[in-house]
Design a protein around this ligand. Structure first.
Ligand code: PEP
Ligand code: MG
Length: 589
């Protein structure tokens, strides 16, 4: 952090998404509910403390009733869950016991509620019945809702913020970020988060600048402070001096002109100067992003991250709800292909509503296909929806986080069972769709040849492949310096995967963020990759790069890369070799 006499302060973080924005800070405080204090309440104040608690329950219940009213009444079982919550608000265990605890222990309502809900939670968890164990989640949600009314915490709904501001948050989940309304939010900055975390991926697709991993931004910045967010350099400037402001206004205008210039050519084909055609596709998180995928000239959706729908709903969707979304998506993209990746929750996309278990190492935990194979019903519901949607367009099915052959064999069993069920139910569906796996765990790279015999295509997920091969948490700012796409180890793994796919004659795609950064393009082309899927905002700049390159020369240059021992050597080589065509980038001073 560096501060000048006038109070201008520069804080360095990690680039979340490029671009510059200038505006007022808006602090998003979600911590209120967690910072509960205990204080004694005198005998005479007990009745008013109980009244305060009852009042919070009534408010929370009213809010909840409004949510139920606003819902589609076709939701079947999920509506039942919400109605169960309605009952829990006045349940003897939570409601009755909290009142009892306030008067017996003479303590404040917040502390009493926290104490009771913790006791109820541990009681439920000891019961040997999965259904009851799962109800812990309901109790947590209901007591959190009451708590937020008690502490007066603003339950800020990002979707509802309607001021032109820059969000400043301790952390924003990918689901929070996907709620951002572009007309109001100019950009965001967070204390936590690392390079290519899912939050940064969402920011890139929204095309708003963001800087993550700032450490203590929420402590150093006040509401309405003027902020400059330089997402390209990963810095923010708080309360800038006039000349700094002026300089950044000019930079912002240059960046926007540059982006507009590149986007103008995004409809042109991605063909190298020596006539090799590449297939550039879009990674999307929401069906609504199809518009920007098409505008940016994508030849299909190479990765649809389906988990965002689940995270937004905060519950597991039904087969029909999923079918509706998938059908809409494939019909919009038809005849271009849509690769639907099955649910990849946990890791950095944890949502206590979906899986209340806290893990010490979430990135190494019950994530993605591991979660799905443990929760076969949820998995099968999604597979059935995908197979049904495949009757309406061109779908490919992609399974994340496969780490061994046994997993893909088990996936195929669940898939076959889902097919039999759909046949029994007389549903219209299409089972002849390509099946692929993400190659994002080093063990899958090592076993790529064996895995290739079970599937139709591979998609390299470099975001995780880098995380797992360099042993760094992709959301942890303290190890972000080791997040190196061009590390020789990563390049060797890409080459191994490419060779295995070639040998076994299956298709190879890359859908990690690495494919969307122009500096990596000479290397990827050089290694022989021709199918790249990326954040749709990156397609125009990558296309421009490809159109100025020579595929055969890239192949010759790539051979030299394997002589280098460090990332630095590779970067220096590319910067020198491709100086003329690498995109413009302003360096900070
Ligand atoms: C990846 O890991 O590279 C990938 C594309 O998947 P995600 O970013 O959703 O983990
Ligand atoms: Mg991944």
């Amino acid at each position: 952090m560096n501060e000048t006499l006038s109070g201008q302060m520069t804080i360095r973080g990690i680039s979340g998404s490029p671009g510059i924005c200038i505006g007022k800070a808006y602090i998003v405080d979600r911590e209120g509910v967690n910072l509960i204090k205990r204080y004694p309440v005198s005998e005479s104040m007990v009745p008013s403390e109980i009244a305060r608690f009852k009042n919070a329950v009534t408010k929370a219940k009213n809010d909840h009733a409004k949510v139920i009213e606003s819902l589609d009444h076709d939701l079947g079982e999920n509506l039942n869950i919400l109605e169960t919550h309605m009952v829990l608000f006045k349940d003897k265990m939570l409601y009755g016991k909290t009142i009892e605890t306030i008067s017996r222990d003479k303590i404040n309502a917040e502390w009493a509620l926290r104490k009771v809900s913790t006791q109820v939670k541990s009681m439920f968890q000891q019961i040997d019945d999965q259904y009851l164990k799962d109800r812990v989640n309901d109790i947590v949600q209901v007591s959190d809702k009451i708590m937020s009314h008690l502490v007066g915490a603003q339950d800020i709904k990002i979707r509802d913020i309607n001021k032109r501001v820059i969000l400043v948050a301790h952390d924003l989940s990918p689901a929070d970020a996907s709620q951002i309304q572009l007309e109001s939010i100019k950009g965001f900055v967070t204390d936590r988060g690392g390079k290519n975390s899912h939050t940064s991926i969402v920011a890139k697709s929204l095309k708003i600048p963001s800087v993550l991993g700032l450490g203590r931004a929420t402590v150093s910045i006040n509401n309405d402070d003027i902020l400059i967010v330089d997402g390209s350099s990963g810095i923010i400037i708080v309360n800038p001096e006039e000349d700094t402001l002026f300089k950044y206004e000019e930079r912002m205008a240059r960046f926007e002109a540059y982006r507009a210039d590149i986007e103008r050519d995004s409809h042109l084909p991605a063909v190298t100067r020596d006539g090799i055609s590449l297939n550039l596709m879009a990674n999307i998180e929401l069906v609504e992003e199809v518009v920007s995928a098409k505008d940016n000239g994508a030849n299909g959706v190479g990765l649809f991250r389906t988990e965002f729908l689940y995270l937004d709903l905060k519950r597991f969707p039904t087969e029909d709800e999923l079918l509706k979304k998938y059908k809409e998506l494939v019909e919009l993209m038809n005849p271009e292909p849509v690769t639907i990746r099955t649910l990849d929750i946990n890791g950095d996309k944890v949502n206590p509503y979906l899986d209340p278990v806290e893990e010490a190492n979430p990135a190494l935990g019950l994530r993605a296909v591991r979660f799905c194979l443990e929760n076969e019903d949820i998995f099968s519901t999604q597979l059935k929806a995908i197979l049904r949607a495949a009757a309406f367009g061109n779908i490919k099915l992609l399974i994340p986080m496969i780490s061994c052959v046994e997993e893909i064999v088990r996936v195929k069993k669940v898939l076959n069972k889902a097919i039999l069920e759909l046949e029994d139910e007389d549903k219209i569906f299409n089972k002849d769709i390509p099946l692929g796996i993400m190659i994002e765990v080093p063990s899958a790279v090592i076993m790529a040849e064996e895995l290739a015999t079970h599937v139709d295509f591979f998609s390299i997920g470099t975001n995780d492949l880098i995380q797992y091969s360099m042993a760094i948490d992709r959301s942890n700012r303290r190890v972000a310096h080791l997040y190196q796409a061009l590390n020789p180890a990563v390049l060797k793994m890409i080459k191994m995967t490419y060779d295995a796919a070639q040998k076994k004659g299956i298709e190879l795609v890359m859908c990690g963020e690495m494919a969307g950064d122009p500096i990596n393009i000479p290397v990827l082309l050089g290694l022989g990759l021709t199918n790249l899927s990326m954040n749709s905002a990156s397609i125009p700049v990558v296309k421009k790069m490809i159109r100025s390159m020579d595929f055969n020369l890239a192949g010759k240059n790539a051979k030299k890369l394997f002589e280098f021992q460090t990332t630095e050597e590779t970067i220096t080589f590319i910067q020198k070799e491709y100086k003329e065509i690498l995109p413009y980038r302003e360096t900070e001073d």
